[in-house]
Design a protein around this ligand. Structure first.
Ligand SMILES: [Zn+2]
Length: 175
């Protein structure tokens, strides 16, 4: 009798969008979500620089500067031209960094990037940015099953109701 090979699948789960930051908005007179505008602002004072990423209230359009670098020496900023020209990859990188360190709106929608393993016995999840999605939703999406069907394939039922996390490993029972 041969022992079946346990196929391990690697999935990457990513939020569909960069989280909006939450600030007290002057225009709305309450806490509101702000989306980044894709623009940095750089202000030089001698050899010292301030760099902000600009955000806009999604409800009323009020613009807010969020500090990226404060009074740092020019040489410490790295690629200054990239900030001055608001290079998109640098904007994205900083938008994620700021969302990780400030109050932000949770992102519930996500995409699953799967590898080639069609009938895995175990799935390893890479979750590079926080996704507020339960494990059963992620498995249902990735396996093209209903959440009920997913519940029949996973022993740890409690884990199914909790959000996914980076490095999570899930054992699947055979169908
Ligand atoms: Zn507003």
């Amino acid at each position: 009798m041969s022992v079946p090979v346990l196929l391990v699948a690697q999935w990457r789960v990513e939020p569909c969008s960069i989280p909006h930051l939450l600030f007290a908005c002057r225009g709305c007179a309450r806490t509101a979500p702000f989306a980044h505008t894709g623009r940095f602002r750089v202000n030089a004072n001698g050899a010292r620089l301030d760099v902000w990423l600009l955000y806009r209230c999604v409800a009323c359009g009020t613009v807010k500067k969020v500090t990226v670098h404060e009074r740092v020496h020019k040489r410490a900023v790295g690629d200054l031209v990239a900030f001055e020209t608001s290079r998109p990859d640098l904007v994205t990188q900083w938008a994620w960094t700021l969302a990780a360190h400030r109050p932000a709106e949770p992102v519930r929608d996500f995409v699953v990037h799967r590898d080639e393993v069609v009938h895995p016995g175990r799935i390893r999840l890479a979750v590079p940015h926080p996704v507020h999605a339960r494990l059963d939703r992620v498995l249902a999406r990735g396996l093209s099953l209903s959440r009920r069907e997913v519940a029949g394939r996973v022993e740890d039922k409690k884990a199914l109701k909790r959000p996914v996390f980076d490095g999570q490993a899930v054992r699947l029972l055979p169908p």
